[in-house]
Design a protein around this ligand. Structure first.
Ligand code: C2E
Ligand code: CA
Ligand code: CA
Ligand code: CA
Length: 272
């Protein structure tokens, strides 16, 4: 058992060194990317299920690496979260997307809600609230046209602190959403106390909704619970017409997913 342990230790060290080197390189590349304009926001439509109209867009960060091509935010956001980089990126994302949407409102008369994701670490940043305020003031986007999305797990990490930041954000007049709902363990009481506007049902529950009675039952109860505390419900990851019809029948308010539109550049979404 001892030699096996030592062997595993050695194997682990080699893998660890490689992983650390790769991560270090990627972090250096990411720092450079921020200043080199390699990061850009894609926008995905959010559709109202009663009218079928696009009512919002979610901004999703994209990194086009000069050598490696597209790198997924699922890979580089966690990396950015390990340092102050996420705060720099997050602020720039807020700036760029509020500017874009404010311009589209004026030029094209588009009345859309802009959804921007906040990471757990941004909630701890004392400069977050002033940064949101600055972005709105600088671009003229109405506060009520901005909705900030925070994941259920980020909210549950330090509930007291999260509630405080959300209250400050709310006092600016922005809307607040709980993202990836169903993957954590929040209760109805906690949801109510956080005074949110929107609840996004995690894609994992939507995936099986047309095939599995259990998935349908879970989504049905999340919708009922959310409506009981006056939250607008959005289903994410809708990939088929069947899923869309079922969600409409279940009383879900809005939906988002490849079936309705993939995340694309502002030009692709607004200038067709
Ligand atoms: P999220 O906030 O839950 O965003 C939804 C993700 O689902 C996006 O992945 C989107 O492209 C993808 N998606 C949308 N519709 C469908 C569908 O029908 N099927 C499938 N399979 N996927 C769909 P993406 O763009 O790769 O982003 C992944 C995650 O990275 C996001 O999850 C969010 O947590 C994070 N992220 C993205 N942009 C930002 C950002 O600007 N700031 C922060 N803090 N996090 C971000
Ligand atoms: Ca989101
Ligand atoms: Ca989500
Ligand atoms: Ca998700």
């Amino acid at each position: 058992a001892k030699s096996l342990g030592r062997g595993r230790h050695h194997f682990f060290d080699v893998g660890l060194r490689e992983r650390m080197q790769r991560r270090l390189r990627m972090e250096q590349d990411l720092r450079y990317a921020v200043h080199d304009g390699q990061l850009w926001p894609a926008y995905q439509p959010v559709v109202d299920l009663r009218t079928g109209e696009m009512v919002a867009v979610e901004a999703l960060l994209r990194w086009t690496h000069p050598r490696h091509g597209a790198i997924s935010p699922a890979e580089f956001i966690p990396l950015a979260e390990e340092s102050d980089l996420i705060n720099v990126i997050g602020k720039e994302m807020l700036r760029a997307t509020t500017r874009e949407l404010a311009a589209r409102r004026v030029q094209q008369g588009l009345d859309l809600t802009l959804k921007v994701n906040l990471s757990a670490r941004q909630l701890d940043d004392p400069h977050l609230v002033p940064a949101v305020q600055d972005a709105l003031a600088a671009t003229g986007l109405p506060a009520g046209a901005l909705c900030l999305e925070v994941t259920e797990s980020a909210l549950m990490r330090d509930q007291e602190a999260a509630a405080e930041v959300l209250a400050s954000l709310r006092s600016l007049g922005v809307l607040l959403a709980i993202d990836d709902f169903g993957t954590g363990y929040s209760s109805l009481a906690q949801l109510r106390r956080l005074t949110l506007d929107t609840l996004k049902i995690d894609r994992s529950f939507i995936t099986g909704i047309a095939e599995s009675r259990d998935a349908e039952a879970i989504v049905t109860s999340i919708i009922a619970m959310a409506h009981a505390v006056d939250l607008t419900v959005i289903a994410e990851g809708v990939e088929s017409a069947e899923q869309l019809e079922l969600l409409r029948a279940l009383g879900c308010d809005q939906a988002q997913g490849y079936h309705l539109g993939r995340p694309v550049s502002a030009a692709e979404l607004f200038d067709q």
